[in-house]
Design a binder for this molecule. Structure first.
Ligand code: GLN
Length: 256
């Protein structure tokens, strides 16, 4: 599995490598970006790390605060069009998230989040510049994509079916430096064919639910990147409730 952040196409600064033993999870602009329970991603990551004896610090950063560069994982949630535009402008001007990615931090960006970490997106006919962490561009779809999504994850990531809830007007178009996160089996995602994107340790997805409660294996992948250990090195957790949730949601939308 590729875990090299250089695979994102962004150069890594070895002098900026983090050495502390605890895990710092930065929740970026919760006052602008946190639709459909995206805060749950923070709770799931913290719980799954703590269950493995890892000390966790969670750091919410409001839109008028600087984004710290020393985080291990950065979470960017979904949002309505106007807050999304403001968030993109603040994030670009701040530069902290980009610096953290260059230092090897992991990122999970959801819905508005995937759009605003790309090169640009469109709101009300205007092109808004993004943070340029993933090689993708967004435009508007003919109709809003709303409902359940199921996808077959890029086999290099070694994850089971991706499941979640989508609600977005935008569509993403990936360039060659971004890999689709999954092939769409049910739903729309980026364009009806692929869902989300990843490169290096940066993941974007359209999925709420929240994404990591519906996909605990994805949470563990992000943790393994942030901790710099192979996925298999994480001790297993009793996952009976997430598995019940997954089984129930997959049964609701997958053809029998
Ligand atoms: N505003 C964006 C869109 O509609 C993202 C929506 C969201 O984050 N749920 O495409």
């Amino acid at each position: 599995m590729p875990t090299d952040p250089a695979a994102s196409g962004l150069p890594i600064d070895p002098a900026a490598a983090r050495s502390d033993s605890h895990l710092r999870i930065v929740w970026v602009y919760p006052d602008l970006l946190s639709t459909y329970g995206d805060r749950g991603n923070l709770l799931i990551l913290a719980r799954r790390a703590q269950a493995r004896g890892i000390d966790v610090e969670t750091i919410p950063i409001a839109y008028d605060e600087p984004i710290p560069r020393s985080g291990d994982i950065y979470l960017v949630g979904g949002g309505e069009d106007r807050p999304q535009t403001l968030a993109a402008q603040r994030m670009r001007a701040d530069g902290g998230l980009r610096a953290a990615v260059l230092a090897g931090a992991a990122v999970l960006a959801v819905c508005a989040g995937i759009q605003l970490i790309g090169e640009y997106f469109h709101i009300d006919g205007n092109r808004i510049a993004g943070a340029e962490l993933l090689d993708l561009r967004s435009d508007r779809g003919e109709s809003r994509a709303v409902g359940e999504l199921v996808g077959e994850v890029d086999p290099r990531l070694g994850l089971p079916l991706l499941t979640g809830f989508e609600n977005h007007g935008g569509r993403c178009h990936l360039g060659p430096a971004a890999n689709p996160l999954a092939k769409v089996l049910v739903g729309t995602g980026n364009d009806g064919k692929t869902e989300g994107a990843w490169a290096g340790r940066v993941i974007g997805t359209y999925l709420h639910g929240p994404a990591l409660s519906r996909n605990p294996a994805l949470a563990d992948l992000v943790l393994s990147w942030a901790l710099d250990v192979p996925l298999m090195a994480l001790p297993p957790i009793d996952d009976s409730w997430p598995e019940k949730l997954r089984a129930e949601r997959l049964a609701a939308v997958m053809p029998r």
